[in-house]
Design a protein around this ligand. Structure first.
Ligand SMILES: Cc1ncc(COP(=O)(O)O)c(C=O)c1O
Length: 366
């Protein structure tokens, strides 16, 4: 280790590698499972948008050529849909990579980054990679506690992350509260509003980050094609921000961050209204079904606005997840977020949801 300390940047040895398990196919083969329902990573259970698949096939013949770095065609289309200028969008290989761009653009070593807990762990990861210091603020009643977060903002603060809806709880902060929070932000702070699950929210009081951006606030929004559009495996997401903030993020992004295939797929998917309606209908049906089933099983949960739920199983969730896996259902225990009796469950197809509930009832001895 001593020689590594001399080689690598300060702080790198304090970072843990991102936890990853065995390939899914191997897990399934080792357990001899005929099928495995993937309900752990908030993907789209209905597959990719068919329009994306068509576009991928057409583009596959052109992959000897580099992509066009800024994704100009896609940018035009998304900008027109959102009613904003193209100079307010930056595409990259997944919202995860947009978070890296945000880190490279804004964070100096020693800066503080205010994050909710439990929330999306990549915020703290990016902060640590940049030598910045994550300051965790516990959620209140499973919702971002904006008052407590505001109290942690001081001269060393550079970024504040609000995940809305929050991963893993599925909860949202409402417009009136966020309006007041944004208005009170000091000039040296940038608010990152992670809207990876934006399209799933159906609540009149849900704030849209674009409203703050249009007002000229220091706000960067994150969106992705991984969830609603079902192309997580292609890796494409984007930031929305003022032209000024976008222009500085454009300086630090990779030259060709999005593959030709990913850009083409997103270009196709974005117009696939039929697929979007199906996904949203499945999501609503799943939510209603799981609320009713969890109620029946006496389990508690915050109400969700996303494609997953955070449920208190009231037993050791790691053990429960293992038993569920052995029955063909992969879920994410709350251990990662220091919530050992909770689990995050991604909505499946209705068939998967029903099978999951039967398996869960067995684990709970009901
Ligand atoms: C809150 C949140 N932000 C960002 C991401 C990353 O999305 P992407 O697949 O575009 O990298 C995820 C993925 O699960 C997420 O849950």
């Amino acid at each position: 280790m001593k020689s590594l300390e001399k080689l690598v940047r300060n702080g790198v040895l304090d970072i843990n590698a991102w936890p990853t398990g065995k390939p899914i196919e191997e897990v399934q083969a080792d357990l001899g499972l005929e099928s495995l329902a993937l309900m752990a990573t908030n993907e789209n259970p209905l597959g990719p948008s068919p329009k994306a698949v068509e576009a991928i096939q057409a583009e596959s013949h052109k992959v000897n050529r580099y992509p066009q770095g800024p994704c100009t065609y896609l940018k035009r289309k998304v900008a027109a849909k959102l009613g904003i200028g193209e100079e307010m969008i930056t595409f990259s290989n997944g919202a995860d990579n947009c978070l890296r761009i945000i880190g490279y653009t804004f964070l100096n070593s020693g800066d503080e980054v205010v994050v909710g807990h439990p929330s999306f762990p990549v915020y703290g990861f990016v902060a640590r990679v940049m030598g910045a210091v994550p300051v965790e603020v516990p959620l209140s009643n499973h919702i971002h506690d904006l008052k407590a977060m505001a109290e942690k903002i001081g001269p060393p603060t550079k970024l504040v992350f609000v995940c809305n809806p929050n991963n893993p709880t599925g909860t949202i902060v409402k417009r009136a509260e966020l309006d007041a929070f944004v208005k009170a932000l000091p000039d040296h702070v940038v608010l990152i509003l992670d809207e990876a699950y934006f399209e799933f929210v159906d609540d009149e009081e849900y704030p849209n980050a674009l409203d703050y951006i249009k007002e000229g606030r220091n706000v960067v929004a994150l969106r992705t094609f991984s969830k609603l559009y079902g192309i997580a495996g292609l890796r494409i997401g984007y930031t929305l921000a003022s032209p000024e903030l976008t222009s500085v993020m454009e300086r630090v992004r990779e030259p060709f961050p999005v593959s030709r295939v990913a850009e083409a797929a997103a270009f196709g998917a974005v117009d696939d209204d039929e697929f979007k309606s199906k996904v949203l209908a499945n999501n609503e049906e799943s939510k209603k079904f799981l609320y009713a089933q969890f109620d029946r099983l006496g389990l508690t949960y915050p109400r969700t606005h996303a494609n997953f739920m955070f449920v208190d199983l009231k037993i050791d969730a790691k053990k429960a997840a293992q038993s569920l896996l052995e029955q063909g259902y992969l879920i994410r225990p709350g251990t990662l977020w220091k919530h050992p009796t909770f689990a995050r469950i991604t909505f499946g197809t209705m068939e998967e949801n029903r099978g999951f509930v039967t398996a869960l009832a067995k684990v709970l001895g009901r």
